[in-house]
Design a protein around this ligand. Structure first.
Ligand SMILES: Cc1cc2nc3c(=O)[nH]c(=O)nc-3n(C[C@H](O)[C@H](O)[C@H](O)COP(=O)(O)O)c2cc1C
Length: 203
């Protein structure tokens, strides 16, 4: 049987100043985390080169200590899904994968954010699920949430997010309108039954 090999190309756009002192090179785009057109142009070039997807990491951690900061000024960073939403509009076929942690987000908000990106990009959104490298201090905690607790929450978080995504068919509103009777709520059950409620509650 003929077997067609397919090569998948992904670009990891790490943002400025994550590569040692490379940002000091006069030709470096050190304003890429401030000027959207930089990312717009990177993605246009990647699409021309037939890349399949871009991938953005994300962190909500605190600023590094002053000594580290002196060498590594890779802050501020774009809000990942906000940047991807803009790129969804300026690009045509490349996949748009963003990182979002399950520790300092709420599943309802995140489900909506990623689903909106998916709609804007006509099905090109991806979510890299992490529990986070840190950032508790920015969300009312004394420190990063403990490892075991992060993973209990992460499991439930993913169930709730996927449950929300699956809770209604994208065609439901058209189907209900076409039939001319009935209700989208009755026919498609717009709310999900929570799978777990020990940490997260979504109805
Ligand atoms: C390949 C890889 C990529 C990661 N990228 C991110 C990231 O972009 N943002 C983030 O907050 N954490 C990131 N993490 C960290 C995880 O969220 C997690 O905190 C870390 O892996 C420690 O947990 P563990 O002991 O279970 O590995 C990444 C981890 C790995 C292994």
């Amino acid at each position: 049987m003929a077997f067609k090999r397919r090569f998948t190309l992904g670009a990891y756009l790490s943002g400025g100043a994550v590569n040692g002192d490379a940002w000091r090179d006069p030709s470096a785009d050190i304003d890429a985390d401030l000027v959207f057109e930089r990312y717009r142009d990177y993605v246009a070039l990647l699409e021309k080169g037939r890349f399949d997807a871009i991938f953005l990491f994300d962190t909500v951690g605190t600023l590094p200590d002053p000594a580290t900061f002196e060498r590594d000024p890779g802050i501020p960073r774009w809000d990942t899904f906000m940047l991807l939403a803009a790129l969804a509009v300026t690009s045509r076929h490349i996949g748009l994968i963003g990182t979002a942690n399950t520790t300092y987000n709420e599943p309802y908000n995140l489900a909506r954010r990623v689903a909106s990106l998916d709609r804007l990009s006509k099905g090109r959104a991806g979510w890299n699920v992490v529990t986070g490298t840190g950032g508790g201090e920015n969300f009312g905690h004394d420190a990063h949430v403990a490892h075991a607790d992060r993973y209990v929450r992460a499991e439930e978080f993913v169930d709730v997010v996927t449950g929300l995504w699956d809770s209604v068919s994208p065609d439901a509103i058209h189907e209900t309108a076409r039939r001319g009777s009935g209700s989208i709520h009755q026919d498609y059950g717009l709310s999900i039954i929570p799978v777990h409620i020990s940490v997260l509650q979504v109805r």
